[in-house]
Design a protein around this ligand. Structure first.
Ligand code: BG6
Length: 485
């Protein structure tokens, strides 16, 4: 595997994302020798820390955020690559301090913006002024990129004053998940699916990303965003595009992104007229998750009792193109739900004629269930004859179950950030989102936000630890369908 020497710089190295995801991922890459021996990791933050204190802090965070026992040799090898640079990110003159460590003329220089988007502009200016922008400089942008189309355009414009699009890597960590990637393999490496993947055979598609965790201490951030912006605009839209897109010519950067973009362009906008029938927004109240009492969203630490921010969304999405004409995609996602479960369910059409009427009045249709997390795998629900000599032919629903842990043994599933960090180092953009995708997706999300602003339909409450508001069941029942449970 290609692994070029790289100066990998994390702006906001002491922040939550870096400690939870980036540093542990670098540890895993070190462990399996996927970092070039000369790769250096540079942590940037505004705290006055000595190099020793910084390394101690990293060691401590690795212990806190990696659940398996740490290999001390791997930790030491990783720490030996690390440098700390103190920069006040909004002071452009301070960026020259990076020149003491990095060498963008000779090595790939990656800047990972693990900070609030309001700092993206100042970091770009600082890097440019310090002469740190060369053709091999790459920048990684974390979500949220804006809170609507207008603000995302502002951020993208700012970054574009310094970097060209082929230097910008916009992260959606769902694209780094093994099972999300497997959607490509499932669809385009198996002829039974390539030929059964359109309005001729599919009745509807369900995409569920349920989270068990409640908002807790993240109230300040989350209340400004809501579940539509926090999860649908990025993660669910990305899964949707992978399920719905046309076969890409190959897996190159542009091929994949071009096909995903076409799906986003074909999404039917939601309007004030139909929003109440197409979208359900909910907010969790007090309840129980795994037997433990959980406060409602409004009672969480730092919560405001009058907040109308949604913690649950269910949407009927229509894709206006040839392949998906008349095939709705139902999306649902929420916090504080019954359990953590992400899956795609492809519901096939019922057969045109039933020859088993003696024993089965209505033949249930086949389902393909793609379990994204946890317990990754693929299941097909099908009908079989019950063995035996009894009169007639009795049918029973059974599951063809491919569990990844059984099929691939104890092989550890690499974390999403591990894959994405490697791809940036290698200069591959296919698993990152291009500007057009971000903006198209915001445009569609804005249509919902605008429709919500004009409707008087209140938020629907649901108890923490449930599958969301009753209205979400009604959303499908209106179309004579039901959620996979
Ligand atoms: C993040 C959201 O992007 O994804 C969080 O901001 C959410 O609110 C998280 O909890 C879910 O990611 P995962 O990988 O745990 O499904």
């Amino acid at each position: 595997m290609e692994k070029p020497p790289c100066d990998f710089t994390i702006f906001g190295v002491l922040g939550d994302l870096s400690q939870r995801n980036l540093l542990p991922s670098l540890y895993q890459l070190e462990k399996v020798a996927l970092l070039h021996p000369e790769t250096r990791i540079i942590g940037v933050a505004r705290h006055d820390l000595s190099q020793e204190a910084f390394l101690e802090e990293v060691r401590h965070k690795l212990q806190s955020f990696i659940s398996e026992p740490l290999e001390s040799e791997t930790v030491e090898r990783l720490l030996a690559r690390m440098h700390y640079v103190l920069i006040n990110l909004d002071v452009p003159e301070e960026y020259i301090r990076l020149l003491e460590v990095v060498n963008p003329q000779e090595r790939v220089f990656v800047s990972y913006f693990s900070v609030a988007p309001s700092l993206f502009g100042p970091i770009c200016t600082g890097l440019a002024q310090a002469g740190l922008v060369t053709p091999t400089t790459r920048v990684v942008l974390e979500k949220p990129i804006g809170r609507n189309l207008a603000t995302s355009q502002e951020i993208n414009d700012l970054v574009a004053t310094v970097f060209s699009e082929n230097q910008v890597y916009r992260i959606d960590h769902y694209l780094g998940k093994e099972t999300v990637m497997n959607l490509l393999a499932l669809r385009f490496a198996n002829s039974i699916f390539t030929t059964n993947w359109d309005h001729n055979t599919i009745d509807h598609v369900q995409i569920t990303v349920a989270e068990e965790v409640a908002i807790g201490s993240r109230w300040g951030y989350f209340d400004q965003a809501g579940q539509l912006r926090d999860m649908v605009q990025n993660h669910l839209m990305q899964i949707l595009t992978l399920v719905a897109m046309e076969p890409p010519v190959n897996l190159n950067d542009d091929s994949l992104r071009t096909e995903k973009l076409k799906v986003l362009k074909a999404l039917r906008p939601i309007t004030a007229k139909n929003v109440d029938k197409r979208v359900v927004r909910g907010q969790y109240g007090p309840g129980f998750i795994k037997g433990k009492a959980v406060p409602g969203y409004l009672e969480e630490q730092g919560g405001h009792p009058a907040s109308i921010t949604e913690t649950f969304v269910a949407i009927r999405v229509d894709i206006d193109n040839w392949r998906w004409a008349g095939v709705p995609f139902y999306l649902r996602t929420g916090k504080a739900m019954a359990c953590k479960r992400s899956e795609v369910v492809i519901n096939y059409k019922p057969l045109p004629h039933n020859i088993f009427t003696g024993n089965c009045r209505k033949l249930p249709a086949n389902k393909l269930i793609i379990r994204l997390q946890p317990d990754e795998g693929v299941e097909i629900e099908m009908l079989n004859k019950v063995p035996g000599l009894s009169d007639g032919l009795h049918l029973k629903r059974s599951m063809l179950d491919l569990s990844f842990s059984e099929a691939f043994g104890k092989e550890r599933i690499a974390g999403a950030y591990e894959r994405l960090i490697l791809e940036v180092m290698q200069g591959k953009q296919a698993l990152f989102i291009c500007r057009d995708e971000v903006e198209r997706s915001w445009q569609w999300i804005d249509s919902i936000q605008e429709a919500w602003a004009r409707t008087s339909e209140p938020l629907k409450p649901y108890p923490a630890g449930s599958w969301g508001p009753v209205a979400s069941v009604a959303l499908l029942a209106r179309d004579e369908r039901e959620w996979e449970e």
